[in-house]
Structures are given as C-alpha cells and as structure tokens.
Write a protein that binds this ligand. Structure first.
Ligand code: 5SP
Ligand code: CO
Length: 220
C-alpha cells in the first residue's frame, strides 16, 4: 500500500511560507488548513493565499477546508489548482454533489469527519470520494494531542475501503508524531498530516523521513 506524508503549513512561519514550503519539498503534499472563524474558532487564510502558494510550492497542495458552506466555496480552491480539496461532512449540504463537482474540475475530492462524527452514513458512498480524512484532534488548532478513540473509525474505514475495491486514501490529521503515527498506520491510515512535529523539528526533511519510516514499519 502506498503512503503519503503531508506536512501542515499551519505550523510554518507565516512570514516565510515560500521558504518553509521549500523545506518540505521531500514530502508528498503541503497540507493547507483553511479556517473561517465560524466552522472552527480560528482564522487562517483563504483563496488568494492558496492561489499564490500554488504558484511557489515545489509540491502539490492538499487543501483542508474547515469552513461553513463548502458547497459554495470549495470549487474555487479546485479552480486555482489545489491537487485535493477536502471539505467537512458536518458543513456540507450535498457532499456527493460537491465531490462530483470537484472531481469534474480535476481535483481529488475529500470528505473530513470530526472526531465525534460517525462514519456509518458515508460507508456506502465511499466511491464518490478520492480520500477520507479522519480528524484525530478537534479541528481548529495545531499542537493538540492525538485522540486514540478515533482508531476504531480508522479501522472501520480501512475495511470498507478494502471491500469497495476503490483506491481511496485514508488520511489522519492532528497530533501525528513518531509515536502516534504507529497507531494510525496500524489501524489502516495511509496518508498522514503532521504540522508541529515537522515544523517544530530542527530539520523538517529528517523528520519527514523519520515519520515515513515509522509509518512503514506499522503498515496495515
Ligand atoms: O486541521 C488541522 C487542525 O485543525 C491540522 O491540519 C493541524 O495543522 C495539525 O497540526 P498538528 O496537530 O500536527 O500540530
Ligand atoms: Co488539517
């Protein structure tokens, strides 16, 4: 099974994003957290910023929308060239229609679930998505601790993805470090977002390599 390591630039230096994107060029995607101060109690950046990051990033962008009304706003991120656009199940009015629209625009379509959101309603719809994001912290802030109670949801999704026969990426986001990545990989995650552990390291490239090696050692 392929795996991906996506550093979150939420933990980067916002005054030096081009420099920090260069520091993570050995990663698969740069994870970009969009927060609107409504869906989550924090505010980051929006479309204009993503458009510009897209122009200077050495790796493709994995956009995580923590915003209200993604049905209205998500397609704009596909339009500026984000490789993947993930919106929250709790915020979308018509998740399937939105995912189809994102795919038509050439982006990978992702659906995200907060720690307390059950996955069962989505298990029959998995083929509509290219990736599913299981939040392993409450969305809104970096630097929180991994919530181990999310592991059964990851296991359930891994089984359902396997049964579906589709190549759907299973992403985890929040509190991922060299210890917690073992549990997430063991439960079946194959795509790992890590913010503070990568950018808090003296050498982000070395940390990316160490996280990859740890995940590979516990591959499902
Ligand atoms: O979506 C989010 C937070 O809501 C994440 O992408 C964070 O940026 C992850 O940060 P760490 O927990 O790895 O510090
Ligand atoms: Co995120």
């Amino acid at each position: 099974m392929d795996m991906r390591l996506n550093p979150s630039i939420l933990a980067a230096d916002f005054a030096n994003l081009e420099r920090d994107l260069a520091r993570i060029s050995s990663a698969d995607f740069a994870h970009v957290d969009i927060m609107d101060n409504h869906f989550v109690p924090n505010l980051t950046f929006g479309l204009g910023m993503v458009e510009r990051l897209q122009q200077v990033s050495p790796i493709p962008l994995d956009v995580h929308l923590m915003i209200d009304d993604p049905d209205r706003w998500a397609p704009g991120y596909a339009e500026v060239g984000a490789a993947s656009v993930t919106f929250h199940a709790e915020a979308a009015t018509d998740a399937v229609a939105l995912a189809r629209r994102l795919r038509d625009m050439g982006a990978r379509a992702g659906i995200a679930l907060k720690p307390g959101t059950p996955v069962e309603p989505y298990l029959e719809l998995l083929q509509e998505f290219d990736q599913v994001l299981v939040m392993t912290v409450e969305p809104g802030f970096g630097g929180q601790s991994f919530i181990a109670e999310t592991l059964p949801k990851i296991e359930l999704l891994r089984s359902a993805i396997r049964r579906s026969g589709h190549d759907i990426w299973l992403q985890v986001d929040g509190g991922i470090n060299e210890e917690t990545i073992l549990a997430a990989a063991g439960a079946g995650a194959d795509t790992f977002v890590a913010g503070s552990s990568v950018f808090g390291a003296d050498h982000p490239a070395d940390k990316i390599a160490a996280l990859r090696a740890a995940a590979a050692s516990h591959r499902h």
